[in-house]
Design a protein around this ligand. Structure first.
Ligand code: HEM
Length: 336
């Protein structure tokens, strides 16, 4: 029996996941450096019994379409930048609770995308609405999660958390960023970041390091804490349904933030200097078209290392290498 029986994937995909070396064949930061299984295990322990996904457990799946800009071809030869392409999207609310209120302040909002899932441009991103991650290496992520593991009384030990935070101040940046922001009033009303540094290669072979930020097509939708509290528990899917019914723009612009020599490319806890104001090129628009069966998103993983020719992930970022194997383990452990 296949190790990943529920993954409806090509043999090429399976060999990518199963052969960690093939995921990052050219860099030092291969997934072989770190076994993601203990991370998945503690994510599931912290999320509680009966966990489905231990992160982004609550979500909604949509059929979508990616429409590239003309400028995208200057930066990348990827086939998704040459024609309109079907996509699958899953928006989520952070954490392992599938019944969490959409207006909750804790946790992030997530965006997973698969563009051209059946074609040569297959490209996948799994993103959050923060420009930094809470850990820069898998070891640090494991220690972060361990420090928050519930004890015999069902609660984590606050002294342990304090000690970890003091020794690892960069792990607090994501939480601080989210705490500084309004609560998203729409899944398409907030920015998402793919976090890692990617390299785009165009048809002449010119290479450009970028970070991807996906921005609301129709403006931000922000809620105060009081407004969020007054919303129904599941208002995010209803908000998208309302947009689609009224034919309002429902999508996100894919922006490439242009890198410069010296920008860090191996640390997802760090932003680039003046990242918010530096040049960014619009690569296209993701139009959300219709809600679709949850099974379309739940029967497969979104795999951040699957990228079309013309888009490369960072060989030297250990968090990038470990993600697809972690998701491949997680799908085999999901319950209910
Ligand atoms: C570094 C940036 C990361 C971001 C932005 C991110 C974001 C996300 C998002 C949005 C989801 C929900 C996926 C969905 O919609 O299906 C998710 C799921 C998950 N993440 Fe990550 N993640 C990151 C890194 C990691 C790493 C390093 C690990 C473990 C080594 C990890 C483990 C998981 C697991 C186990 C799930 C549940 C997957 C499933 O059952 O399908 N994540 N993540």
């Amino acid at each position: 029996m296949s190790l990943f029986p529920v993954l409806n994937r090509t043999p090429a995909f399976l060999s990518l996941v199963l052969s960690a070396a093939a995921i990052v064949p050219f860099g030092a930061a291969s997934a072989q450096d770190f076994d993601p299984a203990p991370i998945v295990e503690i994510m599931r322990a912290n999320a509680g019994p009966g966990t489905h996904r231990p992160s982004g457990a609550k979500g909604q799946c949509y059929a979508a379409e990616f429409v590239p800009s003309a400028a995208a071809r200057d930066l990348s030869k990827a086939v998704i930048f040459t024609r309109n392409t079907p996509a699958l999207v899953r928006f989520s609310v952070g954490g392992g609770n599938p019944n969490v209120a959409d207006g909750s302040r804790g946790g992030n909002r997530g965006l997973s995308i698969r563009i051209d899932g059946d074609g040569p441009g297959q490209t996948e991103f799994v993103m959050v609405n923060a420009p930094v991650n809470f850990a820069k290496t898998p070891a640090q992520m494991l220690a972060f999660l361990e420090s928050r593991r519930p004890g015999a009384n069902g609660q984590p030990d606050q002294d342990k958390i304090r000690a970890f935070n003091e020794a690892n101040p960069e792990t607090l940046a994501q939480g601080r960023y989210l705490a500084s922001q309004p609560i998203p009033g729409s899944w398409v009303g907030v920015n998402y970041w793919a976090l890692h540094a990617y390299t785009l290669t165009n048809a002449t072979g010119a290479r450009q390091v970028v970070r991807f930020r996906w921005e609301p097509l129709d403006g931000r939708v922000d809620l105060t804490d009081d407004e969020a509290r007054a919303k129904p528990r599941d208002f995010l899917a209803a908000e998208i349904a309302g947009r689609l019914a009224a034919n309002r723009p429902t999508g996100l612009r894919m922006m490439a933030i242009i890198g410069r020599p010296g920008d860090p490319t191996n640390d997802v806890t760090r932003r680039w200097d003046d990242e918010d104001t530096r040049r960014a090129v619009e690569l296209g628009v993701l139009h959300v078209r219709a809600a679709t069966d949850a099974a379309r998103c739940d029967s497969q993983i979104f795999a951040p290392t699957i990228l079309a020719d013309g888009i490369d992930g960072p060989a030297e970022d250990p968090m990038f290498a470990v993600r697809t194997p972690a998701y491949a383990i997680s799908i085999t452990k999901r319950q209910n």
